[in-house]
Ligand binder design. Sequence first.
Ligand code: FAD
Ligand code: NAP
Length: 368
Amino acid sequence: MHLEHDVDLQSCNTLALPARTRHFCRADSEATLVEALQWADVNRMPVMVLGGGSNVVIAADWPGLTLQMTIRGKRVLASDEADRPAATEADDSLGATVEAAGGENWHELVQWSLANGLYGLENLTLIPGTVGAAPVQNIGAYGVELSDMLQSVRGWSVAEQCFVTLRADECRLAYRDSIFKSALRDRFVITAVTLRLRRHDRPVVSYPALIEALQAARSAAGIATAAPITAEEVERTVRAVRTSKLPDPALCPNAGSFFKNPVVERQQFERLKAVWPDMPAYTTDGDGDRIKVPAAWLLDRAGWKGHRRGGVGVHDRQALVLVHRGGGDGRALLALAEEIRSDIERRFGLFLSLEPRVYGQPGAAAVA
Ligand code: FAD
Ligand code: NAP
């Protein structure tokens, strides 16, 4: 285990917030992870686990150990063709189980799976961060969520002091949520995930913005609309849309969507719709009783898009993305987020929850 001391964390979070950590360690193996956690335990240090730092707000210097997950490796664990040699490409159930280590880069895993003829991750291309963080918020985009293919999660259980494998149904995956944000928050460090991917190339094309972008790309390339849509085409299109809409953290530091979309009961939505007839909405259950309202629309309508406040602000093209323009810090960013939150509550009566995890505020716990 290589411990570093008084380390700058600015390059370890995509918001590029300035903060230092008292101790820092890269966990590049399960053995190093255990050693580092035990060291922190003996020395009564709080532990902040980081992957790519793309979904965190580090609001102050960290008084304990920052553990950056860098365990690498990915492989096909089991393939149906091996067990069922007579199966054909047309068999919808044909697939493979893939295992990827927690420190693998998520986007690279997506590219690797497609290059190996394994489908299912294409809509989730270009999401920053690591494989180990993906189950934490059940990453999702363009009509697909990790829960659609997650099989299991392996990690260190702080309570049991051993490595444990959780089945996907034990991870309580929900909309940008999981057990790792509640009962197992700071109690479980993910070292690997297994995913069930498909061999048949029939991507999920249900998200309206994706359908629109695919149609536009096909028409520009002169591709017949009747030709089957491939996973590669979806990946390319999602990548193009994301690149055009979202700021690249390397150029404009951000943590993606800063707020989750609020979900309300139908009655409350009907009241809102009477006042704001153009308010968009999506049902989240079969009965249509729970309605999701895009937080980006609320912020945009309230005039926050492009807002600047010292070194921090709201992105010019995507109101849900708070940005660090330089010279700001976590406290300034959180103060702006709080002001936005109160404004949205006052205008619409809707409460916005933060999507990124905040560290360095009173009450922020840590692995112990
Ligand atoms: P970090 O930010 O390092 O950590 C996030 C949380 O997970 C922390 O609480 C951390 O302690 C915990 N954690 C990290 N690794 C582990 C581990 N191995 N074991 C246990 N806990 C761990 N999210 C989406 O869902 N969909 C999107 O489309 C999307 N687009 C984005 C676009 C941009 C430009 C950006 C900046 C972010 C976007 N995000 C999106 C958010 C973010 O990329 C994801 O949440 C991602 O999974 C975070 O990965 P990370 O490795 O950077 O996690
Ligand atoms: P968008 O397409 O402009 O849509 C705005 C919001 O409306 C999204 O948050 C999306 O919810 C919701 N929405 C749109 N069509 C929907 C449908 N048919 N059914 C259900 N919900 C629908 O959003 P965007 O900002 O460009 O992002 C595109 C996708 O990438 C979204 O899935 C978004 O979640 C994802 N993304 C996530 C982050 C992040 O940091 N979490 C950052 C960038 C992009 P959902 O968010 O539930 O999909």
